[in-house]
Design a protein around this ligand. Sequence first.
Ligand code: ZN
Length: 296
Amino acid sequence: MSLKLTLLGTGTPTPLTHRAGSGYLVSFDEEVLLFDCGPGIARRLLEAGVPPEALTRLFLTHLHYDHSVDYACIVLTRWDQGAGKIPELHVYGPSPLSRMTERLLGSDGAFGPDLEARTRHPGSEFVYERRGGILPRKRPEPIVTEVADGSRIQAENWEVRTAEVVHVQPQLTCLAYRLDTPYGTIVFGGDTAPTGSLTDLAQGGDVLIHMCHLINNVELDPRITGCCSGHLDAARTAREAGVGTLVLTHVTEQLEPPGVRERLVAEAAHVFKGQIVFAEDLTEVPVGPIDPEPIR
Ligand SMILES: [Zn+2]
């Protein structure tokens, strides 16, 4: 079976109808992996034809809300629709992910009263049994693993490795993830300024999904260039890592006007000679050569 990569959300904290927050879906064999779940990603999953109960694992690059605010929504809808018949979701991310999970879903958490009602009230028990659940109903308990620089998550035929990247430390740790499968390698750069740790992690990858938050040579203030990347930063990292395809994502509105995005891709292509994809929500990106089809 092949490796399918779908860009669910390609935006920033700015609310836009055509760009949800960050979220990237990868499916192969029995795995359905989601990397980040910013605002709108729970909805984009449905639009991509994937019900929440199909998810097997969730990876969070960092706990900025544009990458994580749909976490509770995804866990709760997956649990509710799964009706006790699916395994708990595995969730990976930097500290304090365990604390965030407890404060959302624990008995004293934000959704504690909801979960108390949904596991105890006769009306909720009725719905649960109609969905095939067997009482008593248990609460959702996602299996949380906090990861850090150099972590390794190994499964039978795939592996994920992490590297810390440069974003808004020390308040939040941000990680990049590298997913190696028998069908190809995808690297999720997270939010970062240019850094050798991402270049090293991405070496030889098939696809590098890289932040493109600003226009290099236009945005020069070190307060923003010290924590975010532009199109040329992304292109240099892609070149130095020797990846096949660069996906420019985390797209701000100033990159969008007609003529601007084309210029950015053209300038990036001077630096990086591989394939470049300017990200759009719900785009499926081939993990391998992208060949144009002839006119039919
Ligand atoms: Zn972000």
